[in-house]
Design a protein around this ligand. Structure first.
Ligand SMILES: O=C(O)CCC(=O)Nc1cc2ccccc2cn1
Ligand SMILES: [Mn+2]
Length: 259
């Protein structure tokens, strides 16, 4: 694999949302991902970090790996498990008044992504998003093994990652997000304060978080493609109906046996 040169977003002037959306789509179409630095204009990103830390102090962050893989509980394997999935996460709507700066950030990302439909040439239609995920990698070598966000067409089309790490030094603290947009290349993205990273959520962008040795915060949200999401929901309903039918047959058989 060879490192791809990271295109740095030109020094931001007062770009319109329309321009940013067009820039993001153009880059994502060409390279699978796009980076917008100094994304937050209206709010101070340090205030967003304060909100996330207050949220964290309420104790709602859970081990990400518990929702994913299993932990062995075996101390010797702990280091590896930490590198595989060491994130601590919590979900929120993003409109909570107790976290006004997170709300401001989410509203600006929503407004940017809403403009994507103007430039998608019908390839996709953004319709809605998941809840907001606040994540903290507590350092100590915590990372996230290479994965694809949406490998099975669950409807998620664009991953949006907003980083909150002031003066992050990769040499000291690791924590690079490495994206593999194709078989030969990879791209290393530093999780720096006020950086918005967007990429297609499907198989086009396998990615990993390399072990972090300082506390590393981010806010993530996924935007749905309307039709993919509708189909995924329909498939889920069909699955539930067929399970209910099986249950009914089983009950019918039990009833007969009891008679
Ligand atoms: O923090 C970063 O730079 C990216 C980390 C990352 O990929 N996180 C992540 C977190 C996830 C949590 C639940 C389900 C799927 C998930 C996929 N990706
Ligand atoms: Mn991911």
């Amino acid at each position: 694999a060879r490192p791809l040169k990271l295109i740095r977003f030109p020094k931001p002037q007062k770009y319109s949302l329309g321009y940013l959306a067009e820039f993001a789509i153009r880059n994502m179409t060409q390279r699978g991902f796009s980076i917008i630095d100094n994304f937050c204009k209206k709010c101070d990103p340090r205030k967003i970090l304060e909100d996330v830390k207050r949220l964290q102090d309420t104790g709602v962050f859970k081990d990400g790996r518990l929702s994913g893989g299993r932990t062995s509980g075996d101390a010797s394997k702990q280091k590896t498990e930490l590198a595989l999935r060491g994130d601590k996460i919590t979900w929120l709507h993003g409109n909570e008044d107790e976290y006004p700066h997170i709300k401001l950030l989410v509203d600006s990302i929503d407004s940017l992504v809403a403009k994507f439909n103007l430039f998608s040439q019908g390839q996709f239609v953004i319709g809605g998003r998941t809840k907001i995920m606040a994540t903290c990698y507590p350092g100590g070598g915590s990372g996230y093994i290479r994965h694809v966000d949406n490998p099975n067409e669950d409807g998620r089309h664009v991953t949006c990652l907003f980083y909150l790490n002031e003066n992050w030094d990769v040499k000291k603290s690791g924590g690079l997000l490495r994206i593999f947009p194709n078989e030969e290349d990879y791209v290393d993205v530093e999780p720096i304060m006020n950086r918005l990273l967007l990429f297609w959520s499907d198989m086009r962008n396998p990615h990993e978080v390399q072990p972090a040795f300082s506390t590393r915060y981010a806010i993530t949200t996924w935007y749905y493609d309307k039709s993919e999401r509708e189909k995924a929901k329909m498939d889920k309903l069909r699955e539930e109906i067929s399970t209910l039918k099986d249950d009914m047959v089983a009950l019918e058989v039990e009833k007969r046996q009891a008679e």
